[in-house]
Write a protein that binds this ligand. Structure first.
Ligand code: PMP
Length: 361
């Protein structure tokens, strides 16, 4: 058997680990921040019909410009956005990869604020971009001053702000986005993968787009839309940014089936997003119940909660996994992260955790 280290792999990929959230078949999977509610049956039927129609034409390449889909995303996002300001790809991971391919690369840098989404350094290494792990304030907050000061110090080509932040759940003040943009010479990406779970009326960074051509807002259908398996992410930005992304995308990167499925889901966006309210309730319940059990949950604007006060995260993770409940050890000492599931799943998690007691206390 050949080992990886024997291959003539790029030097900068040697010793790296791939993205590896455990995928285990368990009854209660609350580990990768999916929407655990299935797609409503009538919506699923319409999506199947649209995909079936698209199969009739799969002898031809799909619309390389995914025009209808860009129009549908512009309508969904509102804020006066038009189709030429929209980009999309196979998950927001691919959107972010396109951004790094176009604006990062050898000799260039990406600044993120740790702890943050674990794919940022991996996407950087895959594109030969140097990743700089910036820091946060107490309780994982990120004030305008803290962000701007580090941007001025590192002068990165790309800054990525995760709003709300994964894995901490921390909402990001719009003032921080504004300050980051002012301080940055290069591209500022706001990753709003979890935006729909923010409290109603809380403005998105989309409100800042006008007049800021270096500001890019990335979104996904994987979370609130309950569409993770379809792999659809998208971006709102100046049309010139999208022209830059056209230079690096593979031709026909969004399959006709993906485009048809995403259009079907967007045609039913109200129904697809109907579970968001229930998920927020379960998130708030997690925060209050975890505190009652003696843990220290962090404030969350997303569909998951990071909680501290765990003596041995690995042991707790494994003990829950043995009981059929998968959550996430994100590598922060004494912390674990749990996704808000259905009411029954959330109850199963809380009861199992309570039954474990507090090891060592
Ligand atoms: N950004 C953040 C902050 C995420 O947590 C995730 C998924 N875990 C993604 C982007 C990527 O999601 P997807 O590729 O499914 O759109």
């Amino acid at each position: 058997m050949t080992s990886l280290s024997e291959l003539p792999i790029r030097d900068d990929l040697r010793g790296r680990s791939p993205y590896g959230a455990p995928q285990r078949p368990v009854p209660v999977a609350l580990n990768v921040n999916e929407n655990t509610h299935p797609v409503p049956e009538d919506v699923a039927a319409d999506i199947v019909a649209r995909v079936a129609a698209a199969v009739g034409g799969v002898n031809r390449y799909p619309d390389r410009e995914f025009t209808e889909l860009r129009e549908a995303f512009a309508r969904y996002l509102g804020h006066g956005l038009t189709a030429d300001e929209i980009w999309a790809a196979n998950g927001s991971n691919e959107v972010l990869q396109h951004i790094l391919q176009a604006f990062g690369g050898p000799g260039r840098t990406l600044l993120g604020f740790a702890p943050t989404y674990s794919m940022y350094p991996l996407l950087a290494s895959g594109t030969g971009t140097a990743y700089i792990a910036g820091t946060r304030d107490a309780d994982y907050e990120l004030t305008p001053e803290t962000a701007a000061q580090q941007i001025r110090r590192h002068d990165p080509d790309i800054v990525i702000l995760c709003s709300p932040n994964n894995p901490t759940g921390t909402p990001l003040p719009l003032a921080t986005v504004e300050a980051a943009y002012e301080a940055a010479r290069g591209i500022v990406v706001v990753d709003e993968a979890y935006a729909e779970f923010m409290p109603d009326g809380e403005p998105s960074a989309l409100t800042l787009l006008s007049g800021r051509p270096r500001l890019l807002i990335s979104r996904t259908m994987s979370k609130a839309f309950a569409f993770a398996g379809a792999r659809v992410g998208y971006l709102a930005a100046d049309p010139a940014v999208n022209d830059a992304l056209r230079l690096v995308r593979l031709p026909y990167h969004l399959s006709a089936l993906t485009q048809a499925a995403a259009l079907g889901a967007l045609a039913h966006s109200d129904e697809m997003l109907a579970t968001v309210g229930q998920i927020r309730e379960q998130r708030d319940r997690l925060v209050s119940e975890l505190a009652r059990l003696g843990y220290t949950p962090h404030r969350s604007g997303s569909n998951f909660v990071l909680f501290g006060g765990v003596d041995d995260p690995h042991a707790t993770f494994e003990a829950l996994a043995e009981r059929g409940i998968l959550i996430r050890d994100v590598g922060i000492p004494h912390h674990l992260r749990v996704t808000a599931g259905t009411e029954a799943e959330t109850t199963a998690f809380l009861e199992a955790l309570a039954a474990l007691g507090r090891p060592g206390r």
